[in-house]
Write a protein that binds this ligand. Structure first.
Ligand SMILES: Nc1ncnc2c1ncn2[C@@H]1O[C@H](COP(=O)(O)OP(=O)(O)OP(=O)(O)O)[C@@H](O)[C@H]1O
Ligand SMILES: [Zn+2]
Length: 545
């Protein structure tokens, strides 16, 4: 253990004071800082109060991708969902999340794919790692505090295995493999998912128990390998995560995350290794698992190995980052999610409804949209209720569908008051409360990583900004012309009580205004009839097609 500490510089920077708790198989509620939130813990299969070892800090380890192919929407879904949770923890509840992610840059699939392509496994892995990071940036996933590669942590992994052997929970075989000795921890194996498949990994006949899994694999010809006390070889899969998480966070971890497929055997084995190495009863306090993304109608998850995937890049040709996030927000992070054009269109249309409301609220605030008087007090109350409901939903296992529902209901409430009226009305106006609706809705989505302002690349901001100005000028001009056409002068010889009608000479002007409105509508720019100034709405993306 001392050797590992010496080899791991990150330990010098951050070492939590709390040590791991718990004995036996049963989960022990951690001691420390109660966040007031509840989260579903796969260790207990129920929601538990989220208690962190240190006030205001969450140590979080997540399994990263195995980089041998393009990242797909399954990955996107898992990492976006956890990004949303981390944003909620930090931006709503003020918790500093220290997130560490491993990049699996050596394993059987990488070696196989590199051989097929006749390139080195390192080159292959770096290529797809870079692509993964760029895809995550495109999806606005906040990067972890640090990415750590397996191949850059081999001495730490060797030292960690030595520690487990020293504690008599692992053994080396004559062939130069090292196995975890499941029998040595008795019935404590299986605290996450149960004892699992009795057959275990296929392999060495020198295994003491068929369930024993590899910590170190003796090298085969043509495979990358590293020196070790057991001869040349490379790490098994699970040991990378136990070592890297421990090298940064020590013997105790608040939160561990990954897709649900990783719960067994990967996370189960990580737990066994860490508790054997640190000689403690509860290394990771909370295990969070995200549900799988499936192509609609398919029972299988989207997967590189099944070759049934859509890459993130291809997806972003047709849909936006905001739309993908909204698609993720509409389901709970733990549930399986069906991918189809219909579900993406539902996300698109929810976003469009919210954006339309923000435009209408702005038009109302500018005085471009005239509506009937509103009961302002009731609107303020409604806003306060929504705020409280949103925080309650977020604190209840990060229930984002409930949050979206609460916001949609606020929007439809606001929309009911923003119906344009055709006749001037001198009743009092309430712009401030609509401003409050608008900023609150923007803030909530900003926290969740959806940018309602939809800021574009600089060049498109310019062109859409110019277009907005042109359309605004046009709407104003049309509105002035229309007001003039509708104005009624006293006509000599007509009785004062005659119903006011525009002069017949002005009728072509009114017709032209109408035609302009219809023509603009056909290209997606909607001018809503209002007595004051024309209010218009641009099509999505600010482009006139
Ligand atoms: N279809 C999916 N839905 C949700 N999460 C997924 C999906 N596919 C992979 N993940 C998650 O993405 C993360 C990285 O996965 P990894 O690169 O190890 O993929 P994998 O499961 O090996 O991929 P594949 O099955 O495509 O080969 C893991 O947490 C995994 O659970
Ligand atoms: Zn892992």
């Amino acid at each position: 253990r001392l050797r590992l500490r010496n080899l791991s510089p990150s330990k010098l920077i951050f070492r939590p004071s709390a040590s791991c708790t718990g004995v036996g198989k049963k989960w022990t509620r951690p001691t420390g800082y109660d966040t007031g939130l509840k989260t579903y813990n796969s260790l207990t299969k129920q929601k538990e109060p989220l208690v962190l070892a240190q006030e205001g800090i969450a140590t979080w380890y997540s399994c990263g991708p195995t980089v041998y192919d393009h990242a797909h929407l399954g990955h996107a879904c898992s990492y976006v969902r956890f990004d949303i949770i981390q944003r909620i923890l930090s931006r709503v509840f003020g918790i500093n999340v220290i997130h560490v992610m491993v990049i699996t840059d050596i394993d059987d699939k990488i070696i196989r794919r590199a051989l097929e392509k006749s390139i080195s496994p390192t080159i292959l892995a770096r290529m797809y790692e870079e692509e993964f990071k760029n895809d995550m940036l495109a999806l606005k996933v906040l990067p972890p505090a640090v990415y750590l590669r397996v191949t850059e942590n081999i001495p730490q992994i060797v030292a960690f295995i030595e520690g487990i052997i020293r504690n008599e929970h692992a053994y080396a075989t004559k062939q130069g493999d090292v196995y975890f000795d499941i029998g040595s921890i008795g019935d404590r194996y299986g605290k996450l998912m149960g004892a699992g498949d009795a057959a275990g990994e296929p392999g060495d006949t020198e295994k003491r128990d068929s369930r024993d899994f590899a910590l170190w694999k003796a090298s085969k010809p043509q495979e990358p390998s590293w020196e070790s006390p057991w001869g040349k070889g490379r790490p098994g899969w699970h040991i990378e995560c136990s070592t890297i998480a421990s090298s940064v966070f020590g013997s105790q971890l608040d939160i561990h995350s990954g897709g649900v497929d990783l719960a067994f055997p990967h996370h189960e084995n990580e737990i066994a290794q860490c508790e054997a190495y640190h000689q403690c009863g509860q290394w990771g306090n909370y295990f969070l698992h995200s549900g799988h993304l499936h192509l609609k109608g398919s029972a299988e998850k989207m997967s590189k190995s099944l070759n049934n995937y859509i890459t993130i890049k291809d997806f972003l040709e047709s849909y936006s980052t905001n739309e993908f996030r909204m698609f993720c927000l509409l389901t709970k992070y733990r549930s399986a999610i069906d991918y189809s054009d219909a579900s993406l269109n539902e996300a698109r249309s929810s976003l469009a409804t919210i954006t339309a409301f923000t435009h209408d609220a702005q038009a109302y605030m500018r005085g471009q949209l005239q509506c009937q008087a509103v009961q302002e007090g009731a609107l303020w109350e409604r806003l306060a209720e929504t705020k409280a409901n949103v925080v309650r939903a977020l604190a209840d296992d990060f229930d984002t569908p409930r949050v979206v529902n609460a916001i949609m209901s606020l929007v439809s409430h606001g929309n009911r008051h923003l119906q344009p009226i055709a006749k001037p009305d001198r009743s009092p106006r309430s712009p401030a409360v609509f401003g409050a609706f608008l900023t609150y809705i923007r803030e909530v989505f900003e926290v969740l990583g959806v940018d309602l302002l939809d800021r574009k690349e600089p060049h498109s901001v310019d062109s859409s900004g110019t277009l907005e100005n042109v359309v605004e000028q046009l709407a104003r001009f049309r509105s002035d012309v229309r007001a003039f056409a509708l104005s009624v002068e006293d006509m000599p010889g007509e009785p004062a009580h005659a119903s006011p009608r525009p002069h017949s000479e002005k009728l072509p002007l009114l017709k032209a205004c109408d035609t302009l409105r219809k023509d603009l509508a056909s290209i997606g720019v909607h001018i809503r009839v209002s007595v004051c100034v024309g209010q218009w709405r641009l099509p999505k993306g600010g482009r006139v097609r």
